[in-house]
Write a protein that binds this ligand. Structure first.
Ligand code: NAD
Length: 695
């Protein structure tokens, strides 16, 4: 065996040269891998004893993509396309042996080989679109030549990988290997030589792209089918255009067009935001004083107290990953109702074909309902999701303290109450944390893990780890009213109300935010959640929201009563503007002595979003979030902030903190309202010309 570069070696088995990439953990296409591949192929091509070449990878995967640590650095030769040229032009047949994941640049390398073999469990895909990019090394030109235009479009625009067997069916791999992969690949290569098969260069294949030539409807229909999911993103359209080029242009020109489109997406603000977010999400898992080696308890059994809206959804998360979970309710009828909703949810998923009947029963079988509180005794983690009342929560935690295992983690799902006070009801506040799920709890990915004053590091590590295990995105936050997400939302809500009084309509305000890319505006969202919820909380805190309160007084609680900020007709969830609401708003304005006027969309956007940024700054300086990017992760996963705008803090940096600070100062001066006072951190950064995310 010859070591060609730090990560690539060359060996010969009979008349087949075997090039092995060994660049743990995922065999990314680092500089030394590219160099090693180029030189190994050249050397094998010159080896008179070698008749064919296999490219295989050590460890758990084929080349899984680009080396993300090289992102943003000046490119170093050989470039990926230079390496691909050497492979494709090799006079001896080259066979890729694929296991694990062949993604992005990895799949693009495999597609320059003359043949591909792989194991059934392999996953192959072009996920670039998820970073706001298009495949930039021939993927958009070669994939349609192998799998056809329809599948290439769905793979490149969707970004999700396909399995080995599907890849075989589609023609992306030529043979599935059941036993030892490298041995199978060598045998395949031997056969190619023996049968004297001509080199099969993907660039020269034309039948599958030819089939789509002169049929522009394929593309227009595809565009229509993805319009909703891709709204606001730049890369999906660029992906489609690149595949169009594969159909309409000769290969080399198609490659050039792909390059152009790749560079366009690379420099787009959308991709910049998406790539930023990719790292932000990974960063959120890191807690400076709770290092990765902090022992996290294994959760073999979980318990949830309360089977209401949240409790049922939370329990589903555990059953979904095979962890048995006990659900405790006060009364049998509440329990039956709660578990009934869970079953209905699973059955609805099964009806859509996304779960088998067996799975439904298996999951229901993992959820054990009871009214016996002692049933939590063997749980490693207990999550409380009872009514939002301090006295009840404290009673529950005092009882948990008596029956739960000594080392169990005790979590509360409270949205507004003080986790420290809840913890004080136990003799083990170090075991208490918040686990703030978002509704619907079985769907929404965000999990705010709340660190109490006394929460021990292993308890935090356990909550973060189990959060990931149940497919959530856990973000650590500190104790404060509303934690991070709702605390910022609250500032936005105050302005939304105020804008109504000053002359905007609910539909105008909502549209500004949906145009911005959020899934819903504050008023449609209020109607969906139920306006009575906020009304009750405000009453408890002695706060008011003049318009929303007036609607509630009239029994308009939102969708559930058929009217709220909008009206809902015939069981339809579409919000319809309601002249009655317009009248109520005018009445409340008059009573408050507010002069109504035309308000521009721009003013609405600034007045809704800048206070959120300002609150984010306060959260950061109080240390309730570890870093600005964590706030962005919370907003993307918890509230549907468009990922192509990074998150509120990233977005603020793009606008410039000075611009935002000055606008806040202007509003403060104009209204005399301290609500607008810029946070000290925002002031400081604006003065220094820096952003929240500058290092
Ligand atoms: P819910 O009223 O739908 O459910 C609460 C359930 O707890 C009821 O079924 C009730 O019977 C049960 N319960 C009450 N006391 C109990 C006790 N002592 N023992 C066992 N069960 C008891 O409320 P929800 O919307 O599910 O909210 C639950 C918690 O989750 C609250 O703290 C709330 O603030 C929080 N939360 C709610 C949302 C949301 O959108 N609904 C989102 C995040 C967090």
């Amino acid at each position: 065996m010859t070591q060609i570069s730090q990560s690539v070696s060359l060996d010969r088995q009979g008349r087949v040269a075997v090039v092995t990439v060994n660049n743990p953990p995922v065999n990314a296409l680092s500089h030394h891998v590219r160099q090693g591949l180029r030189d190994a192929i050249a050397q094998a091509a010159g080896d008179s004893g070698a008749a064919a070449i296999v490219i295989a990878c050590a460890g758990r995967t084929f080349i899984a993509g680009a080396d993300i640590t090289e992102f943003g650095k000046p490119p170093q030769e050989p470039t990926l396309s230079q390496v691909q040229d050497v492979i494709e032009r090799s006079p001896k047949p080259v066979v890729a042996a694929i296991h694990g994941t062949a993604l992005g640049g990895g799949l693009e390398v495999a597609m320059t080989c003359h043949w591909r073999v792989g194991v059934k469990t392999a996953r192959l895909g072009q996920p670039e679109v998820k970073l706001g990019l298009i495949p930039g090394a021939g993927g958009t030109q070669r994939l349609p030549r192998l799998v056809g235009v329809d599948r290439a479009l769905s793979m490149i625009v969707g970004g999700d990988p396909i399995g080995g067997e599907e890849a075989k069916r589609l023609g992306l791999v030529d043979e599935i290997i059941d036993g030892d992969l490298t041995a199978g690949a060598i045998a395949f290569a031997e056969r190619v030589v023996t049968e004297k098969r001509p080199l099969r260069k993907v660039r020269d294949l034309d039948d599958k792209v030819g089939a789509a030539r002169g049929k522009p409807e394929i593309f227009s229909e595809f565009r229509k089918s993805v319009a909703r999911q891709t709204r606001g993103f730049k890369a999906p359209e660029a992906c489609i255009r690149a595949v169009e080029a594969a159909v309409s242009l000769p290969f080399e020109q198609g490659l050039a067009r792909e390059r152009e489109l790749f560079l366009e997406t690379l420099s787009s603000p959308e991709s910049k935001a998406q790539r930023y977010f990719f790292f932000a999400e990974r960063e959120a898992a890191k807690i400076p004083d709770v290092p990765a080696e902090t022992p996290a308890a294994e959760i073999r059994k979980a318990a949830v107290i309360g089977a209401g809206t949240m409790g049922g959804g939370i329990a589903m998360n555990f059953a979904n990953v095979g962890i048995p979970v006990t659900v405790v309710e006060i009364a049998k009828d509440a329990l039956d109702r709660g578990l009934g909703v869970v079953r209905k949810n699973y059955e609805a998923t099964a009806a859509k074909g996304r779960l088998t009947k067996d799975d439904v029963e298996k999951r229901m079988g993992l959820i054990q309902g009871t009214t016996d509180f002692n049933a939590v005794a063997d749980a490693d983690l207990v999550i409380e999701a009872v009514f939002e009342e301090m006295a009840i929560k404290k009673d529950v935690f005092a009882r948990l303290d008596k029956v739960a295992k000594a080392n169990a983690v005790l979590a509360t799902n409270t949205s507004t109450l003080d986790v420290n006070e809840i913890a004080s009801a136990t003799r083990r506040p170090e075991s208490v944390v918040g686990m703030h799920f978002f509704s619907p709890a079985n769907v929404m990915r965000l999990l705010e893990v709340v660190r109490g004053e006394k929460s021990a590091k292993p308890a935090i590590a356990t909550a973060m780890a189990i959060g990931r295990k149940i497919n959530k995105v856990p973000v650590l936050v500190g104790v404060c009213h509303g934690f991070v997400g709702n605390r910022m939302l609250h500032q936005r809500a105050k302005q939304a109300e105020r804008l109504l009084l000053e002359g905007a309509s609910p539909q105008q305000v909502d549209k500004v935010l949906t145009d911005f890319g959020l899934p819903m505006g504050p008023f449609a969202m209020g109607d969906l959640a139920g306006l009575d919820v906020g009304w009750r909380i405000r009453k408890g805190r002695g706060e008011r929201a003049a318009v929303a309160d007036r609607l509630c007084e009239k029994g308009r609680f939102g969708q559930k009563t058929g009217s709220g900020f909008y009206k809902y007709e015939g069981g339809d969830r579409t919000p319809r503007p309601d002249p009655e609401v317009e009248r109520i708003i005018q009445e409340v304005s008059r009573e408050a002595g507010v002069q109504r006027r035309q308000i521009t969309d721009e003013e609405i956007r600034e007045r809704l979003l800048y206070p959120m940024v300002n609150e984010g700054a306060k959260i950061l300086e109080e240390g309730r979030a570890i870093r600005a990017s964590d706030i962005d992760v919370i907003w993307v996963y918890g509230y549907g902030w468009p990922i192509y705008r990074g998150g509120p803090m990233f977005w603020a940096d793009q606008i410039g903190l000075k611009t935002i600070r000055d606008r806040l100062l202007g509003l403060q001066k104009q209204t005399g309202d301290d609500f607008w006072r810029p946070a000290p951190l925002l002031n400081k950064l604006a003065d220094q010309g820096r952003g929240f995310l500058d290092k």
